[in-house]
Design a protein around this ligand. Structure first.
Ligand code: NAD
Length: 380
């Protein structure tokens, strides 16, 4: 029997964050939603559209409200650490959009704050709840892929014209969409990394973060596995607007995410050794339709795996570019809320999130050191 306990959630930052409003409003374990943005027009726009009465114009107002149990942060990158720490220290559960932080020190501070608070922390990583990822994991679990031999992920995004804080960001400081699926499917952490920066970036973009690389490419050694994983991330000066992808290379099957948005992933399978006739074994390639996995969700939020929250007159860029992030949003909300009412850790808890994010932070450090080996610290 699912728990009937209900919680009051506050959603902070209503750019991309607005996509989560109707999902919280319909989740059966959410009794009330407060929305928050420092921009009064944004607050009025979404409050009006979804008829959300409880509105706040600052995080402080939320932290001081005793009836709010949990906070979901969808604010700009540089605010994630101080806001996450403030939420946990106020004794509230915290979900935060990616990335959890952009330095090892800050990752450690959040892991420690979560332990002190005994409240839930969850990083809302969309890629590991996309239908493409859930399908790949099902193929691994069903034995279709066989032993995993190698993993490869990529996230290309053109950040021209995005808010100023994106300008020149080290690509792997926001590497989670390329790296997390690889570590999640291998069920381990990255132990060490070599990474190279690649390409040339115009001077104006180098200034903010002192990062000269529009792209970075890394190879990780995974802990407790004889497998390496490769990831590539771009933010500027590349002729790809937006694409997330990951490939799982197995002994029996290879799963490759489509190159072009809207196409279906490909599964390659190989003729068993016993049936080989001559040199090399023939493979077959099939495009498959990943199922929606909406049946894993409470009925009132199932429809949000497919439908955009934004209508065509106000399309949010992340939704258009991310293709709805593979139907992940209701799964993320459900895991955060259910983990609280069931009094258990969420799937992407503080240590798991820190492991995924640290792999990218260390990759950038390696790139800065000309590709030197960097050990990824442990957080448990
Ligand atoms: N696939 C994904 O997981 C995914 C996709 C898109 C964005 N994101 C993350 O979501 C975050 C927000 O992205 P965005 O594109 O909406 O950014 P944005 O800068 O366009 O919008 C952020 C919103 O937060 C509000 N805001 C700023 N400071 C605030 C504060 N102190 N308190 C309350 N509200 C505040 C702004 O007014 C704005 O409405 C980023 O950190 C980004 O990394 C993740």
């Amino acid at each position: 029997m699912p728990s009937e306990k209900k919680i009051h959630v506050a959603l902070v930052g209503l750019g991309f964050g607005a996509e989560f409003i109707p999902i919280y409003l319909h989740h059966p374990n959410v009794s009330a939603l407060t929305i928050c943005d420092i921009d009064p027009d944004v607050l009025a726009q979404w409050g009006g559209k979804y008829e959300v009465e409880r509105r706040a114009d600052s995080l402080d107002e939320i932290l001081g409200a005793d009836d709010i149990d949990a906070v979901h942060l969808v604010t700009p990158l540089a605010l994630h650490v101080e806001q996450t720490l403030a939420v946990l220290e106020a004794g509230k559960h915290c979900a935060c959009t990616v990335p959890m932080a952009m330095s090892i020190e800050d990752l450690k501070a959040i892991v420690a704050a979560q332990r002190r608070s005994q409240k839930n922390y969850m990083m809302m990583e969309t890629s590991v709840y996309s239908r493409e990822f859930l399908f790949a994991r099902q193929l691994v679990e069903e034995g279709v892929i066989g032993k995993i031999q190698f993993l490869r992920g990529a996230h290309y995004q053109d950040d021209e014209g995005w808010p100023d804080y994106w300008k020149g960001l080290p690509p792997f400081w926001y590497g989670t969409h390329a790296i997390s699926p690889l570590l999640a499917i291998a069920e381990t952490r990255a132990e060490k990394v070599h990474c190279f920066g690649t390409g040339t970036m115009r001077e104006e973009l180098v200034r903010q973060y002192g990062n000269p690389y529009p792209m970075e490419t890394a190879i990780f050694k995974l802990e407790g596995a004889d497998v390496a994983a490769e990831a590539t991330r771009s933010l500027f000066h590349l002729a790809r607007e937006y694409q997330e992808s990951f490939n799982v290379y197995g002994e029996k099957g290879v799963y490759e995410w489509a190159q072009v948005g809207g196409e279906r992933p490909v599964l390659f399978t190989i003729t068993p050794l016993e049936e080989m006739k001559w040199r090399g074994r023939p493979t077959t390639a099939k495009r498959l339709e990943p199922p929606d996995y909406a049946d894993r969700l409470p009925e009132p939020i199932r429809r949000f795996t497919r439908r955009g929250v934004y209508d065509e007159s106000t399309p949010h860029l992340s939704f258009l570019q991310g293709g709805g992030h593979g139907g992940s949003h209701p799964h993320l909300v459900n895991e955060f809320v259910r983990s609280i009412v069931e009094e258990r850790a969420p799937y992407i808890d503080a240590v798991t999130a820190a492991n995924w994010v640290a792999a990218g932070v260390c990759a950038h450090e390696s790139a800065v050191k000309g590709g030197e080996l960097v050990e990824v610290p442990r957080f448990d």
